[in-house]
Write a protein that binds this ligand. Structure first.
Ligand code: ADP
Ligand code: MG
Length: 282
């Protein structure tokens, strides 16, 4: 199973839109996908057509209540399952304050599922796990980064796009050094891209050269690719969540659907490169 956390501590950059539409695009391409919503706002849950609270268990019960990930998984379409969020997740830091190793719980749940059911545990049942992270670098994002192999970073191409990124990159590096040596920044996807504007193309180039120049010095995130696919600003992408539909169900002919389908192909193809040490991919 490939596991991807969609993370950026800034809000409103396209994390949830990317998590849901990438998950659905991969599912439509025949991959078995588990979408995990770790944002207490539960927007990914709603966007994927699952009503928060309609299922007895949520990600909160997995992290705090000792429930297995498999028990909290809800079917949400062909090849797609969702581990729903719940507003209770906003209290996870407090609920786990006294627990040691609290950043490793999600990872342990995934491993335990596979130990209990060697043929049908989480890692075996899915080709992809996509985790929608909240807009912070707190315990929920740490649990995601400790559990996955790859981070996907959505960025909005404005002139402060790289500002504040150092904290996220530092966190990826620390998690890779101390708890999850497999963790790598898979790449950057530019979201809400205004095709044809000078600013967008300049920021795109800046982001590319920033990662290219970090190269060998930062194996956990240097040499991350900037995906060729730019997700254009498209009103259909903003409308789809309120119908509980992915862009592929809501507006299959839109730019948004074309862009996320293209991104899914690129993400799927990036697997081969990632099996090599990051240094050699550069
Ligand atoms: P985050 O999860 O990082 O906070 P969201 O994915 O929720 O960001 O996106 C923030 C807002 O922008 C949402 O209202 C969403 O519908 C909208 N949005 C996201 N991507 C696009 C896009 N490419 N074009 C237009 N609106 C978008
Ligand atoms: Mg979000």
């Amino acid at each position: 199973m490939r596991s991807i956390a969609v993370a950026n501590q800034k809000g409103g950059v396209g994390k949830t839109t990317t998590s849901v539409n990438l998950a659905v695009a991969l599912a439509r391409a025949g991959r078995r996908v588990c979408l995990v919503d770790l944002d207490p706002q539960a927007h990914a849950t709603l966007h994927a057509g699952v009503l928060p609270g309609s299922h007895p268990l949520s990600a909160f019960d997995v992290l705090v209540g000792g429930q297995s990930l498999a028990a909290a998984t809800v079917a949400a379409g062909e090849n797609l399952c969702v581990v729903p969020s719940h507003i209770d997740l906003s209290a996870v830091e407090m609920a786990l304050a006294a627990r040691s190793g609290r950043e490793l719980i999600l990872r342990q749940r995934i491993e335990a599922d596979s130990r209990c059911n060697p043929a049908s545990g989480t890692s075996e049942a899915f080709d992809y796990m996509v985790i929608d992270c909240p807009p912070s670098l707190g315990l929920l994002s740490l649990n995601a980064m400790a559990a996955v192999d790859e981070v996907l970073l959505p960025l909005q191409p404005h002139f402060l796009a790289l500002h504040g990124l150092s904290k996220l990159l530092e966190t990826i590096e620390l998690v890779a050094e101390h708890v999850n040596p497999r963790l790598r920044l898979l790449g950057v996807v530019l979201c809400m891209y205004e095709a044809g504007t000078r600013l967008a193309s300049e920021v795109g180039r800046d982001v590319q050269s920033f990662f290219a120049s970090a190269g060998d010095k930062h194996p956990a995130w240097g040499s991350a690719q900037v995906f060729q696919t730019r997700v254009r600003r498209n009103i259909r992408l903003a409308e789809a969540p309120s119908f509980g539909q992915s862009i592929f169900d809501y507006a299959p002919e839109s730019h948004g659907a074309a862009d996320y389908a293209a991104l899914a192909v690129e993400v799927d193809q990036a697997a081969a490169g990632l099996r090599e040490p990051v240094r050699r991919v550069a």
